[in-house]
Write a protein of this length. Structure first.
Length: 401
């Protein structure tokens, strides 16, 4: 039977909590454990600042390359088996990261983790769009993003504990345990069949190119704003550990700071989703990108632990209130027929921003300095604010124009 709520069945998050949010929480713990130390692992292997930032960005590139294949895999094998396979794939990736003295194995492992994340997020996103009523959509998407943030909050602290005893490899062992738990939970939950089947005839099934052309205006306008949001988020993950290294802050302290930033993310997600549902998407989108952009511009002005911590936590606030923003706007704009294809393109656009930002950071760092690169990426936030001001309704929620 479908779990889609009807007018006679009040909707409850409790009924979908474990299958919708459980795997994402565990996957977030795995990612959270390693995100603060990927750049530091590369530096330990004698990589330059620019190359270290680029390796961190391979998570976004892996996701970028896998959005369309992820949709095909989920459609063929179902969500449960796809997530189990992605968990196993992540464990293999982490084993590569642990091979000593081989920076290219580290890079390949990080790329593979990004590929796995694409499967997880697309599986959860399409399910929630179907089972959650529109009036609670932003809260559902924010909660999905929030569970990842809770995992990213827990992960660095677990990683820091093992780093203290084992060095940097300790963080990867924490991630490996989390990924194994993800695979086990995914295997135990029932297959989710929430989508109402569409025609499978090749003459009526929506084509990717047709969807791209039909919604070109949305992709070029609102989609551009989403690209910039992803660029800001990806830059945040690189800037915090690299600027900490620039200030000679220890890896253990960096991991703890990263966890504190994740705590801000974690606390803000549900109020932000409620505000989007009740007041409109612009009320969250605008302050989110402005705060993230301003904090990146301020980062090069920090000269010690306290100022670095304050600006990093401000960055976390901006990111936290934007939890679920990309998924919510994608769900709002997606058509009923061709939704999977639309969301595949939507995630592709977002991941172009996520993978492109590290390239921009690396290029400017190599040509000028890390401080200049951070300021330039911070300016993306103010451009995104202008896009959202033009594209999104200024009052209560309606579909974007």
């Amino acid at each position: 039977m479908s779990d889609v709520p009807t007018s006679d069945t009040p909707f409850s998050f409790k009924k979908i909590a474990i299958p919708a949010f459980g795997p994402s929480l565990l996957f977030g713990i795995g990612e959270g454990a390693i995100l603060p130390v990927i750049a530091l692992s590369a530096r330990d292997l004698d990589a330059s600042m620019a190359l270290s930032g680029l390796i961190v960005g391979l998570i976004g590139i892996g996701s970028l390359c896998s959005n369309i294949p992820a949709a095909l895999i989920i459609g063929r094998y179902g969500e449960r088996l796809s997530m189990v396979g992605a968990a196993v794939f992540s464990v293999l990736a982490l084993i590569l990261c642990l091979i000593p003295g081989q920076i290219w194995f580290l890079a390949l492992g990080v790329l593979m983790i990004g590929m796995s994340s694409s499967v997880f997020m697309l599986a959860r996103l399409t399910y929630l769009i179907e089972v959650v009523p529109v009036y609670m959509r932003a809260r559902a998407m924010s909660s999905l993003g929030g569970t990842m943030r809770i995992g990213v909050f827990i992960g660095p602290f677990l990683g820091a504990a093992l780093i203290h005893f084992m060095g940097l490899p300790g963080a990867y062992w924490v991630a490996m345990v989390a990924m194994l738990a993800t695979g086990l939970l995914s295997f135990m939950i029932p297959e989710l069949e929430a989508r109402q089947p569409l025609s499978t005839s090749p003459n009526t099934a929506p084509k990717l190119i047709h969807i791209a052309r039909s919604h070109l205006k949305v992709f070029l306008t609102l989609g551009f704003g989403i690209l910039l949001v992803s660029a800001l988020r990806s830059s945040r993950q690189i800037v915090i550990p690299l600027w900490a290294d620039n200030l000679s802050i220890s890896p253990t302290t960096t991991s703890i700071i990263y966890g504190l930033v994740a705590a801000i993310d974690m606390l803000a997600f549900y109020p932000a989703g409620k505000a989007m549902d009740q007041r409109g998407r612009l009320w969250v989108a605008l302050p989110s990108v402005v705060i993230m952009g301003a904090s990146l511009v301020l980062m090069p002005l920090t000269a010690g632990l306290i100022s670095f911590l304050i600006v990093s936590m401000l960055m976390g606030l901006g990111n936290g209130i934007g939890s679920g923003l990309i998924m919510t706007l994608g769900a709002d704009a997606s058509p009923r027929v061709g939704r999977t294809e639309f969301l595949g393109i939507w995630r592709l656009i977002a991941d172009i921003g996520a993978s492109g930002a590290p390239v921009v950071l690396s290029a400017i760092t190599a040509a000028v300095s890390l401080a200049s690169a951070v300021v330039v990426t911070g300016l993306f936030g103010f451009v995104a604010a202008g896009v959202f001001w033009w594209c999104l309704p200024h009052t209560s929620f309606t579909r974007p124009r």
